[in-house]
Design a binder for this molecule. Structure first.
Ligand SMILES: Nc1ncnc2c1ncn2[C@@H]1O[C@H](COP(=O)(O)OP(=O)(O)OP(=O)(O)O)[C@@H](O)[C@H]1O
Length: 253
């Protein structure tokens, strides 16, 4: 079913985005001219076989890597026009990140990890919002715990709260459930889903897992550095089926 109820400007977009690694015989076209919009308030999953360009697309969109050509916009701001300092500020103030490996600071407790980006930026903590985020991720009774006193799922919830607490325009999640057992993974995905529905968050998530993609509003399928398909209102079955038909050898990474 096509979702036509997405008004408003995109939270992020790319126009003819290309990324080429190497030269001559060793040249790899990781992205071959991708144009895409990520609607505000929507949860998008990016899928595709290994090497199809998922991470490259996400890293270019998240200002963690620079494209060979083409343009990336966060809201109305075009990234290639920015100096390093301005890019750092965009990443800090407007983007949130969730990685497969949690990336928490081991010496800080959960609360300190959650507020770290705001503390570094010298920004005040909105207490009410902090409480809402902590309640939503179910960490209220774990705030004093250090990462090694938390389960993997709890650590990833801390990382989710850290991404949400600064109210970023968009959160980029790179295989956020890749290191979790299926139950913890489902909790994180349900939480991400809720943060879109209830808090209006915009999320872009790279995943290999059709079950994880099913939590999204929209799935983009990448193949050989191009967007080859998209699906709205996905189910795990439909996504798996699409991935099976992906290429002649049915490679599902
Ligand atoms: N630093 C690099 N130098 C050279 N080639 C690279 C580099 N990074 C990525 N590539 C190549 O670009 C292509 C796209 O890689 P990318 O990591 O974006 O794919 P992916 O879909 O995220 O793969 P995976 O699912 O395996 O993580 C691949 O062919 C990869 O080998």
């Amino acid at each position: 079913m096509t979702n036509t109820s997405q008004p408003g400007p995109p939270a992020a977009s790319a126009v003819d985005l290309a990324k080429v690694y190497g030269f001559g015989d060793t040249q790899v076209i990781a992205l071959g001219g991708v144009s895409v919009e990520f609607a505000a308030g929507q949860f998008t999953a990016i899928m595709g076989p290994s090497g199809s360009g998922k991470s490259t697309l996400m890293h270019c969109m998240a200002a963690l890597d620079s494209p060979t050509s083409g343009k990336v916009y966060i809201g109305e701001v075009e990234l290639s026009s920015l100096k390093d300092k301005e890019l750092t500020r965009i990443r800090r103030d407007r983007l949130g990140f969730i990685f497969q490996a949690f990336n928490l600071v081991p010496t800080l407790n959960a609360k300190e990890n959650i507020t770290l980006p705001l503390d570094i930026a010298g920004q005040d903590i909105d207490k009410e919002w902090f409480d809402t985020v902590v309640r939503t991720v179910g960490l209220a009774d774990r705030l004093k715990h250090k990462p090694n006193e938390l389960s993997g799922g709890q650590q990833q919830r801390v990382a989710c709260a850290r991404a949400l607490v600064s109210r970023p325009d968009i959160i980029f999640a790179d295989e956020p459930t890749g290191n979790l057992d299926s139950r913890s993974g489902a909790e994180i995905l349900a939480f991400l889903r809720n943060s879109v529905r209830e808090l209006g968050q915009t999320i872009v998530m790279v995943t290999h897992d059709p079950g994880a993609a099913a939590y999204a509003d929209r799935v983009l399928f990448l193949g050989d550095g191009q967007i080859v398909d998209e699906m709205f209102d996905p189910s795990a079955e439909k996504v798996l089926e699409r991935m099976k038909n992906f290429d002649p050898i049915g490679q599902v990474s």
